[in-house]
Design a protein around this ligand. Structure first.
Ligand code: AMP
Length: 280
């Protein structure tokens, strides 16, 4: 496996493979890789001839009081995992490779970027859209793999790739969870034992809503009230949002339909966690 740190080298790698008729998969990550990232790498290897994993803690998607400085960085372990899953390349650029001195170009997906996580994290999706656009321009992937875990991010990136006609297909992979339901996240390492158990309330709220929908309930009011009452069992957990939405527009809906997104975000101590389910 090759470690590449410049955009030009990544583009040359991608173009050399394209010339041989190979398809290129890209898995954008911020590193601190876990089995959730692993599932994306596996999917990329299954669907594409060659796969690159980017490992870049993107400063522009963090707010001034967020965890950029202390975000976990485990580069050597990340490379071992990527290699063991068959990735051909880890792309690990320095910040000034992605944002050269004087860089002033950003991608803003208007409207969508202010909803859900974008509302509580102003500028977050501008940073995400910008870095992903730069990665697509560099790697020219046929397919790019993202987790459903970041459902609002998926909506923003689908809109961006359609609007810019980037030609990369966005592939969305299922949420990988711990045995007790907690969605894997690089930020789970911030949780102490008590917080780790409190954090289960996120996935529990999803199960409650899924069960109500399976039983025939469709009304947003009833579904959201039920989720709120699950969160009420853990008063130490501060809800950011509990929402029933159209996945493409991230606009609230009154009734659940197949494909409706039910999404939650909450603070457990200092750690902000998100989770969601696409209703059947
Ligand atoms: P991150 O490194 O947190 O930016 O995540 C990189 C990619 O991995 C994103 O597309 C995430 O949605 C995806 N991802 C993170 N956690 C999970 C998970 N538990 N299951 C599946 N995909 C995930």
């Amino acid at each position: 496996m090759q470690i590449i740190s410049t955009v030009n080298e990544l583009r040359a790698w991608s173009r050399a493979h394209r010339k041989q008729g190979k398809t290129i998969g890209l898995v954008p990550t911020m590193g601190a890789l876990h089995a959730g990232h692993g599932s994306l790498i596996r999917a990329a290897r299954e669907r594409c001839d060659v796969a690159a994993v980017s490992v870049f803690v993107n400063p522009t998607q963090f707010g001034p009081n967020e965890d950029f400085a202390r975000y976990p960085r485990t580069f050597h372990a990340d490379c071992s995992l990527a290699e063991s899953l068959g990735a051909q390349v880890v792309f690990a650029p320095a910040v000034d490779e992605i944002y050269p001195e004087g860089a002033e170009t950003f991608i803003e997906v208007e409207g969508l970027s202010d909803r859900l996580d974008g509302r509580s994290r102003p500028g977050h999706f501008r940073g995400v859209a910008t870095v992903v656009a730069k990665l697509f321009v560099a790697a020219e992937p046929d397919l790019a793999f993202f987790g459903q875990k970041d459902a609002a991010q998926v909506a923003v990136l689908r809109r961006m790739t359609a609007d810019l006609r980037l030609g990369t297909e966005i592939v969305v992979c299922p949420i990988v969870r711990e045995a007790d339901g907690l969605a894997l996240s690089s930020r789970n390492v911030y949780l102490n034992t008590l917080q780790r158990s409190q954090a289960l309330v996120l996935s529990q709220s999803l199960h409650t809503v899924e069960a109500l929908v399976a039983g025939g309930e469709r009304g947003a009011e009833a579904l959201l009230a039920a989720a709120r009452s699950v969160f009420a069992t853990q008063p130490a957990v501060r809800v950011d949002y509990i929402a029933l939405l159209d996945w493409a527009t991230l606009q609230p809906v009154d009734r659940a339909q197949p494909g409706t997104l039910f999404a939650v975000a909450a603070w457990v101590g200092e750690t902000r966690l998100i989770d969601n389910t696409i209703l059947a």
